[in-house]
Each structure stands twice: as structure tokens, then as C-alpha cells.
Design a binder for this molecule. Sequence first.
Ligand SMILES: [Mg+2]
Length: 225
Amino acid sequence: MKLVLFDIDKTLVKSSAGHRAAFSAAFKEIYGIDASIDIIQPSGMTDQQIIFEVLKIKGLDEEKIKSKLDLCMEKMADVFSGMIATAELTILPGVKELLEELKNNGVLIGLVTGNLEPIAQSKMKKLNLDRYFKVGGFGNDHIDRTELVKIAIKKARSKFDFIFSNNVYLFGDAPQDMKAGNEAGIIPIGVTTGIYSKQQLENAGASLVLNDLTDTEEILRYVLN
Ligand SMILES: [Mg+2]
């Protein structure tokens, strides 16, 4: 059995303004801080990393941030669930066809995303993609993306008797996705549908870089080999 994991933002979908607004609302309500995640470059970061980076710039120390981290993540999920109905979300080209074909070929499919799980799930549900994903590692599980990959594999093992042996792939748009894949001992595949170039993804250790996910046949050949 193969396991194919996907990042969400800029890999499966165009990221939504709702997610960004959820950070700002939670920073304000939980920490009393006016801040937007636009003061950093959040691409490829887990939600927990984003929370720490932004609030540190705003002058909060780690202890203070940690003490309210769970509340902050809960607030974000709350705010996002109130916005999901009107949030503009777009599936990137080729994604639906690829997921369908992977499923038809008996591939186990999962998510590895820095998004908090409730946010990730409501994005997938809204786009009617949720039924494809059987396991996942999410932004609330850990701050470090490499750990999220390991968590997704662990879930595959316990829920589906998956045996890990050079048979796990991770699609992502950011160098951090490639690095996490390599550190977790799996095969990272880059897509340049985010802000990063082929060169940047290769430098970060991508085993293959694609312009997008539209060439279903090429991807199936690579993954099913
Ligand atoms: Mg991404």
C-alpha cells in the first residue's frame, strides 16, 4: 500500500482570507494584540509557528504566548467556522482528478498541514474533498512540520495496518514541506503553485517538482511505480 500526503494551502487550494482573519481575531481577543500575519512570510509555516512568530514581533515572550496558546487556537477555529460559509476557497487545477485516481488505485490519502485540524477539515468539507483523506497531521498536533508527517504515518499504521517502507509521498508548495518530508524519511514532491520556484523546492530536497497537479498520469506513474 502507498500513502500519499498533501499540504493544503497553495498545494490543494488557494489560501483563504478567512484563515488570515481568524489569526487577527484570536490575537486581539486572547492576547489583546492588534496584528496581522502579513508582518511575516507565513507560507510553509505551521499555524503554531505563525502564532509565535507574529506575537514575538509584537513584543510578547514565549512563556506568555504559550500560556494562552490553546485558547488562541480554539478561538481561531471558532472564528473560522463562523466565516467558512462565506470564505472564498478555490481548488487548484487537477486536484479533484488526482485524488479520485489515487483513490481508485487503492492509495491511502492523507493531509499534512500547518492548519489547525478544525480549520483544515472545514476547508476540505466545504470543497467536498473531505471524503478522500483518511489520516492527517495538523497544526494543533505539533509546532514542527516534520512531526506532523510522522503523526500522519503513525495514524496510517494504527488505523489501516499501513507498513512504512519507502512508500510515502508528500506534495507541498513550500521548502518547509520538502524539508519535513526528507527529515521524516519520505519522498517529497514540490508543486510551484505557491510562491516558491522549482529551484527553491529542489534546493530544499524535492525529489520531483511539478508546475501543478494537472498531469494525473505522470503523477500516478511516479507514485505507483
Ligand atoms: Mg502550503
